[in-house]
Design a protein around this ligand. Structure first.
Ligand code: G3H
Ligand code: 13P
Ligand code: ZN
Length: 365
């Protein structure tokens, strides 16, 4: 029988117990950790999230797969004086190699210092960890934060695997993001025909039993550049653009009431800028009916307990639009540096815009 807990005091007491359990757990004795993330200048999310929740802003979590994305993210974070989460998905690990990405993150810390930031706050985070083993391997090689995504599992299995990751991670002061509720579309290997919003009545029980440091929730966002079908949208008569349905802020508010001040995470938060889509289509692309989350809704979310906002697709769009435009204008160019330079500039501009105008994490170092 599942225990139902509906008291925040009870949650707090148990949350502290979970931390102590992890600290004194016997797993510690049998483990050899290869790299301590603190020694390579990375930080975990704990303090960063506490400040973001109380300050009414959100930390950007940008996915990276290559050097140009990493450079653009770090340049943007340094110029805006923002903390930042560099996140690594399964697709990124398959494409670029987990070890290489982890060393790039170590390089990112030194790069930020070279750009003039004396004390950068950079988290290296595993995005959508699919098993305890994946999370452990990232923790062992120096990641400072991991997500265990058990959202597609039955509730009790999600609790069990998440708790196992937390027990391991907390021994090394690595923070853990769990997920409750299923996003629409394809969530790495998690498929769902439709979104299942997070059930507010489950969040205290989940957070208490697992000891997670933050919780990803489902309130209507989804991954990729096609977040809604045209049938789910209305049409703006002035522009002819698709207008998506609003996020379920009532669900977010109900979750905040259950867990006051607890760090909440939003995945699938790209806005799919229509000017980038237009540039891609004007230069040989064929992105039809791509639609994202309006930025004013993300701004509203960032002012609440939502303290981490995940953005990947907007970087892909910025990069692809710049490359297509450059190659269309310079058909004689074949040196990748010629078209990757404007691509990197375009991504940097987009990251700065998100930090300053949407998430509000600038000037927080
Ligand atoms: O969660 C989804 C991210 O956008 C990562 O996607 O696995 O294709 O890199 P990916
Ligand atoms: P987008 O596809 O909306 O950028 O979401 C990215 C994400 O949630 C990564 O975990
Ligand atoms: Zn995601």
């Amino acid at each position: 029988m599942r225990l139902t807990i509906d008291s925040y005091d009870f949650f707090l007491v148990n949350h502290k117990k979970n931390r102590n359990f992890a600290k004194y757990s016997s797993i510690h004795k049998n483990t050899t950790i290869m790299v301590d993330y603190k020694k390579i200048g990375l930080v975990n999310t704990r303090e960063m999230f506490a400040k973001a929740v109380s300050g009414g802003y959100a930390i950007p979590a940008f996915n990276f797969n290559n050097m140009e994305q990493m450079q653009a993210i770090i340049q943007a974070a340094v110029e805006t004086k923002s903390p930042v989460i560099l996140q690594v998905s399964k697709g990124a690990r398959d494409y670029a190699n987990q070890t290489l990405l982890r060393y790039m993150a170590e390089g990112a810390v030194e790069y930020a210092k070279e750009l003039g930031c004396a004390k950068p706050q950079i988290v290296l985070h595993l995005d959508h960890g699919d098993s305890f083993e994946t999370c452990k391997s990232c923790i062992d090689m120096g990641f400072s934060s991991v997500m265990i995504d058990g959202s597609s599992l039955p509730y009790d299995e999600n609790v069990a695997v998440t708790r196992k990751v937390v027990e391991y991670a907390h021994q090394f002061d690595v923070t853990v993001e769990g997920e409750l509720g299923v996003l629409a579309g394809v969530e790495d290997e998690v498929s769902a025909a439709e979104s299942h919003y997070t059930k507010p009545e489950e969040v205290i029980d989940f957070v208490t039993k697992t000891g997670v440091d933050s919780l990803a929730i489902s309130i209507g966002t989804s991954h990729g550049a096609y977040k809604f079908t045209p049938a789910q949208c209305t049409v703006d008569p002035a522009t002819g653009r698709l207008v998506p349905p609003p996020l379920a802020f009532d669900v977010l508010e109900a979750i905040e009431k259950k867990l006051p001040g607890f760090p909440i995470v939003l995945h699938g938060s790209s806005s799919v800028p229509q000017d980038e889509v237009d540039t891609i289509n004007a230069n040989g692309g064929a992105l039809k009916a791509a639609v994202g989350i309006p930025e004013e809704q993300l701004r509203k979310a960032a002012k609440s307990a939502v303290c981490k906002i995940n953005i990947d697709s907007d970087s892909r769009l910025a990069m692809t639009a710049a490359i297509r435009k450059h190659l269309a204008e310079h058909p004689d160019h074949f040196d990748p540096r010629q078209y990757l330079k404007p691509a990197r500039e375009s991504m940097k501009k987009m990251y700065i815009h998100k930090i300053v105008n949407v998430l509000g994490s600038n000037d927080k170092l």
